[in-house]
Design a protein around this ligand. Structure first.
Ligand SMILES: Cc1cc2nc3c(=O)[nH]c(=O)nc-3n(C[C@H](O)[C@H](O)[C@H](O)COP(=O)(O)OP(=O)(O)OC[C@H]3O[C@@H](n4cnc5c(N)ncnc54)[C@H](O)[C@@H]3O)c2cc1C
Length: 241
């Protein structure tokens, strides 16, 4: 990566670019697993799809190892890489709910908390995971298992389409009818097929929940686990434990 390359990249990028000497670089390297220490050469915090395209093209032209950061919750620290480019989507957190169709468009850097906050306004929910700060992107691309799985399935079961920037810098829509092979790959294939800039989900009515933690003395373990097994065999789909 030459000084000229990075200078010209900075000039056409609208978001923030961090190199190791820049203020904010250390903060931009923080992810959920604080024991992961990786030092990218460039972090490109995108402000929109055009920035994602610019970052992908820059990484390809400069032959840089590239990582994509969604919510930064991957335990192995895959949101970052050493000596390469991080395409950071943490500013792409918008969520738009279409109340009539119950369809939800979610930015590729949104967290589960961002999503729940907006769908809750309409008495709706998209099946996702259990911890609000997890990224919807990494979670969905890996399947997405959460509280609503018994009633409404995994996150990928409710994915209608995704907007993807591919390695050649093109923007594609992947759905059951458009680029269906890419759509198939995204539903479980992880971050290996492009940068997902937004997801479109089907939401479901979930207005009220009852939740909590049940604790029993250790001496009751055998009875409790047997009861749990027998009870769940015929429990309603609304109940997840
Ligand atoms: C505390 C905690 C609780 C969790 N709970 C659950 C749970 O309830 N259910 C569940 O299913 N999983 C759960 N997970 C696992 C979690 O879903 C995965 O770690 C997931 O990868 C996190 O996604 P992220 O966007 O936050 O991660 P990141 O670390 O940002 O990214 C993870 C992977 O996805 C890629 N990626 C990220 N964003 C994009 C994008 N926009 N386009 C393309 N690729 C992208 C990255 O390159 C990386 O390979 C949990 C993890 C933690 C740490």
């Amino acid at each position: 990566m030459s000084a000229i390359d990075i200078k010209s990249f900075r000039s056409l990028f609208h978001g923030q670019v961090f190199e190791p000497a820049d203020v904010g670089y250390n903060e931009a390297c923080q992810i959920w697993n604080a024991s992961v220490r990786k030092h990218p050469s460039v972090i490109a915090r995108c402000s929109g799809v055009a920035d994602v395209i610019a970052a992908v093209n820059f990484g390809r032209a400069s032959n840089l190892l590239t990582a994509i950061r969604g919510g930064g919750h991957n335990v192995g620290g895959r949101a970052l890489c050493d000596d390469g480019l991080v395409i950071d989507l943490s500013r792409l957190r918008s969520v738009f709910v279409d109340d009539a169709t119950r369809r939800v468009r979610v930015g590729g850097g949104a967290t589960l908390g961002d999503l729940d906050r907006e769908t809750h306004v309409f008495g709706l929910a998209v099946p996702s995971g259990i911890v609000s700060k997890t990224g919807i992107a990494g979670l969905t691309l890996g399947g997405g298992v959460g509280w609503l799985i018994r009633k409404y399935g995994m996150s990928i079961d409710n994915l209608l389409s995704a907007q993807v920037v591919t390695a050649d810098g093109k923007v594609l829509t992947a759905s059951a009818t458009d680029n269906d092979d890419l759509f198939w790959a995204l539903r479980g294939g992880g971050g290996n097929f492009g940068v997902v800039t937004s997801f479109e989900f089907q939401a479901h009515p979930v207005a009220t929940i009852l939740g909590g933690l049940l604790l029993y003395p250790r001496a009751m373990a055998t009875d409790v686990i047997r009861h749990f097994r027998d009870y769940m065999a015929s429990a309603p789909d609304e109940l997840t434990a």
